[in-house]
Design a protein. Structure first.
Length: 400
């Protein structure tokens, strides 16, 4: 059903938008006709006739008219020289010469869009919305984004606020489903600006940002502005902290996470972020009070364990933190707790209208961390020389 609708209307809408776009891009410079140039230059010759008493004086005309007349006279002289050169070249080549200079220019052919008034008619605006939704459902994301961007660029002043809001929402939903979402980044920014306290909007923004990478300067500038503007909003603080974490600037990341912790101290994710940042900070060379920093980081991780009600994931995070700083005996004990805990599978969170990965959802045990814990525990046993224990752990938990 979607395919038939798209095949019947997509090419017409796309061609109409392209024609409207070319009309706005191309600015035809009007060329003055020869008769117009003669009329303008005539002002300079009126006062130079032999029977005129004002011969030799400046013609009686405004300065703007005289300026136009002077330019017209130069253009006429230039055209005469060009015609003379073309005539001499034609005669030298032994061909008949015919001047292509005409008094009136031929009007250019204007291409008519297949769908007239596409950008003016409100009913046709709804047709564009339906087409973009059909393209999104058919997973033709690039084509949907192309239609959305062209429509917003060409008809910003002609679209109602409701239509613009829906187009930008569709653009944001399409952006996080494509590999290079630069074309949809403006739509995602708009959604965040309109709904700054929506977690779904920030999740959509961050997913697009992760595909763009840290080198996309528009993201950094926009996030900095939103961070300053929304001082009581946790989402831009956490995203800023993630950005500095990926740049290995753990001290600044910890500062951002702690600002978020002041606003939401009982949030498990924020406690996990603060604890992880402090643990990573202890491995730096410049830090002097490393023991205090490790203790503080573990305190936040234990708070995360309390908030998550001793979940397998929280136990694994503590074990990984101990392993990271070299406390392998404590890490081993918590890895064993992870192996003794069974975790059921939960639905993977998806953004609105995000395509579902059925293979990922059907795989059993995607929320179970026992294999990861067994692998890390076997590394500890192997490094300490207990090769039999290492093989036994792999045989019990990592064999298929």
């Amino acid at each position: 059903m979607y395919a038939e609708f798209i095949d019947s209307i997509f090419s017409l809408v796309r061609e109409s938008l392209f024609i409207e776009n070319m009309k706005q891009k191309v600015k035809v410079k009007k060329r003055l006709t020869i008769s117009t140039l003669f009329n303008r230059a005539k002002v300079l010759d009126d006062g130079q006739t032999g029977n005129n008493v004002f011969q030799g004086f400046r013609p009686m005309a405004p300065s703007s008219t005289l300026s136009k007349a002077a330019r017209a006279k130069k253009l006429l002289q230039k055209r005469e020289m060009m015609i003379k050169e073309k005539k001499e070249m034609a005669l030298a080549a032994g061909i008949d010469w015919k001047s292509d200079e005409s008094d009136d220019e031929n009007p250019q052919d204007i291409k008519v869009p297949p769908i007239p008034n596409l950008l003016q008619d409100e009913e046709l605006h709804l047709l564009i919305i339906d087409l973009c939704k059909a393209l999104r459902s058919a997973e033709r994301y690039w084509e949907a984004l192309e239609i959305i961007n062209l429509t917003l660029r060409l008809a910003t002043n002609k679209l109602s606020s409701h239509i613009k809001e829906e187009l930008r929402t569709l653009g944001a939903q399409v952006a996080y489903n494509i590999t290079d979402p630069k074309q949809g980044f403006d739509c995602v920014k708009y959604i965040v600006q309109q709904h700054p306290h929506s977690i779904s909007a920030w999740n959509c923004y961050y997913k697009v940002k992760m595909k763009l990478g840290n080198t996309y300067f528009k993201h950094s500038k926009f996030l900095h502005r939103m961070r300053i503007k929304l001082k009581d909003n946790v989402a831009p603080m956490v995203i800023t902290g993630h950005q500095f974490t990926m740049l290995n600037q753990h001290q600044i990341a910890a500062k951002e996470y702690l600002e978020a912790y002041k606003l939401m101290p009982d949030n498990p994710l924020i406690n996990l972020c603060v604890g992880s940042a402090l643990i990573n900070l202890t491995l730096g060379f410049r830090l002097q009070n490393k023991h205090q920093c490790v203790t503080q980081g573990l305190a936040f991780l234990y708070q995360n364990l309390l908030l998550c009600k001793n979940s397998q994931e929280a136990l694994y995070n503590i074990a990984r933190a101990y392993h990271h700083v070299g406390l392998v005996s404590l890490a081993g004990s918590y890895y064993e707790k992870v192996l003794a805990t069974h975790e059921k599978d939960y639905p993977i969170p998806k953004l609105p209208n995000e395509s579902l990965d059925s293979a990922e959802n059907r795989r059993p045990g995607y929320c179970d961390l026992r294999r990861e814990a067994a692998h890390n525990l076997h590394l500890i046993y192997k490094k300490s020389g207990a090769f039999d224990l290492a093989r036994q752990v792999l045989r019990d938990h990592c064999s298929f």
